[in-house]
Design a protein around this ligand. Structure first.
Ligand SMILES: [Zn+2]
Length: 181
C-alpha cells in the first residue's frame, strides 16, 4: 500500500489541508492500520505535551542564580587566598629549615659571635666618641682663632647655599615643569 502523501498529511495541521485531502486521508486511515497507528501516536504525544506546559523560570530565578554565582565566586576567591597562604607558609618554612641547616654551625656558636659583634660595636662607639671629642676640641680652638665676622660670614654663606640647594631641588623635581612646556 502506498502511504504517501497521507503520512505527510498526518503531521500537518488539518486546517491547512483542503476538504478533498481530508476526506482522502480519513478513508486511508480507516483502511491502513500503519497510518492510523501513526496518527494515534501523534495525537497521544500532542495530548501529553498540552497537559504539561513548558515550565518557565520561577520567580526570582535570575536573582538566585546571580547570588549563587556570587557565592561560588567568593568561595573560589577564598580558596585562592588559602592556597596562596599555604604556599607562602610552606615555602617560608622550607626556606627557614634550609637556612637553619646551612647556618647550623654558626647558630651553635651564636653567643660567641654575638659577643664578638657587641665588642666590635662597643669599640666603634668608643672610637667615634673619641673622634667627636677631638672634633669638638678642634672646633672650639678654631672658634678662638677665627674672628667673629668670618664666622658670621661663613654661616651666612652656608645658609644661602642651603636655600639655593632647596630651591633648585624643588625646581628640578617639580612636575609642573613638564606640564608648562
Ligand atoms: Zn497508510
Amino acid at each position: 500500500m502506498n502511504h504517501m502523501p497521507y503520512q505527510g498529511w498526518i503531521f500537518e495541521d488539518r486546517r491547512t489541508l483542503d476538504k478533498a485531502d481530508i476526506s482522502a486521508l480519513q478513508s486511508h486511515l480507516a483502511d491502513c492500520a500503519e497510518c492510523s497507528a501513526l496518527a494515534e501516536g501523534l495525537q497521544q504525544v500532542e495530548q501529553v505535551l498540552r497537559a504539561q506546559p513548558l515550565q518557565g523560570p520561577t520567580e526570582g530565578f535570575t536573582l538566585r542564580w546571580q547570588q549563587r554565582l556570587e557565592i561560588s565566586r567568593q568561595q573560589a576567591h577564598r580558596r585562592q587566598i588559602w592556597l596562596t597562604l599555604l604556599v607562602a607558609v610552606s615555602g617560608g618554612t622550607v626556606l627557614l629549615g634550609a637556612l637553619a641547616f646551612l647556618l647550623w654551625p654558626w647558630l651553635k656558636s651564636l653567643d660567641l659571635t654575638l659577643w664578638a659583634a657587641l665588642y666590635q660595636v662597643f669599640t666603634a662607639y668608643l672610637f667615634l666618641s673619641r673622634a667627636g671629642e677631638q672634633f669638638l676640641l678642634a672646633l672650639v680652638s678654631a672658634a678662638k682663632i677665627i674672628p667673629l665676622p668670618i664666622w658670621a660670614l661663613s654661616i651666612g654663606v652656608l645658609c644661602q647655599l642651603g636655600v639655593l640647594w632647596v630651591v633648585s631641588f624643588r625646581l628640578l623635581t617639580n612636575p609642573r615643569r613638564i606640564a608648562l612646556k
